[in-house]
Write a protein that binds this ligand. Sequence first.
Ligand SMILES: Cc1cc2nc3c(=O)[nH]c(=O)nc-3n(C[C@H](O)[C@H](O)[C@H](O)COP(=O)(O)OP(=O)(O)OC[C@H]3O[C@@H](n4cnc5c(N)ncnc54)[C@H](O)[C@@H]3O)c2cc1C
Length: 377
Amino acid sequence: MYDVVIVGGGPAGATVARLAGKFGRTLIVERREDVAADGPGRGKPCGGLLAPDAQRALAALGLGVPRDVLTGPQLFAVRALDVPTGRERHYPRAYLNVDRARFDAWLRSLVPRDVEVRRGVRVTGVRERGDGAEVQLEGRGGIEVVHARLVVGADGAGSRVRRDVFPLAPEPRRYVAIQEWFEARAAEPCYTAVFDPAVTDFYGWAIPKGDAVFVGAAVPAGAGAAARFERLVTILRRSGLRVGRSRGREGTLLSRPRRPSELVTASARVALVGEAAGFVSPSSAEGISFALESGAAFAAALAAGGVAGAAERYRSATAPLRRKVLSKALKGALLDRGLLRSLALASGIGSVPVGAAPALADPIGPTSWPTARTWGR
Ligand SMILES: Cc1cc2nc3c(=O)[nH]c(=O)nc-3n(C[C@H](O)[C@H](O)[C@H](O)COP(=O)(O)OP(=O)(O)OC[C@H]3O[C@@H](n4cnc5c(N)ncnc54)[C@H](O)[C@@H]3O)c2cc1C
């Protein structure tokens, strides 16, 4: 019998394991093997940008990002493109640009040795039973059922734990996030956000990452995702993005919570942390800070009195996180109204003028590109 079984070794699960592992017999289960080299589909599909909120969460955890987790360029501007109006602005905002697979591996490397870690093992079922819960695991060795006094679902947007234990809880709206890695040796050093209702009611993005650019979009689940994504790539190319060959595409689910009932934290024996709980920004899709903060909140709840009552203490401690998600849901709903976004862009408040980009030393792809003014037309 384990005291705690953690399902998922992303930022939320690794944080729980790092901070709570010493309070009893703990197991963390992660379906992915650690990868030797990065590439599309090898780690969690993600832009890998640590926004100021994530930087603050790391500071509160007493952590600094090691050099080999960082990639480049470090980004200090968001370039917003509003396709219906053709407006474009740059806004100052400081991100840490990281390699997401290495970021997760680093967080897992901080888990204490007395926590049992099983990688390449998938959780295929969870159910509350008596004064604990049963967790079914499937790996190379076959199927096994383990028992725990408390289960922590840190298994992200498509959470198996959430589906099995909270089947009646309303699900946040689900988007399909598609991300394609393109070769690019000298991309503009900013995070481009594209707003185009013909692509999605959320947004698309381009993020320079080492010698690549990630082009991504979160599109409503359903038909036409691939065609919408192709349109985004065309818009970005027309807007001046210089990319070369594709290195491949990856995809996953992304939650976009809108209502308090979609944020599910705990029953007596099962807690949800990170995106499994619905903790992710509905306006920007930033989720790393929420994963770190909710993981730390669960560990603090455990530290405050052991397994008994931990789920209840965690539920109370996460009230500020729930309020934060809901305030961002309001912001997301306002941004979705094209008129407000277009007025904000027209006013230019908070934006910075950006000079002409320097000539590229070694561009990849066609040598002549449409000018920025013709994109999206
Ligand atoms: C395309 C995309 C881009 C994004 N870009 C950013 C960004 O730039 N910055 C940012 O802050 N946020 C970003 N987000 C959001 C962010 O990635 C998530 O909110 C964050 O990773 C949530 O952390 P988590 O630990 O809760 O879940 P996850 O990171 O999803 O981790 C869940 C872990 O559980 C494992 N798992 C899942 N199911 C099982 C199972 N049944 N058994 C065992 N293991 C399982 C998974 O393999 C995974 O490792 C992005 C999201 C997407 C989809």
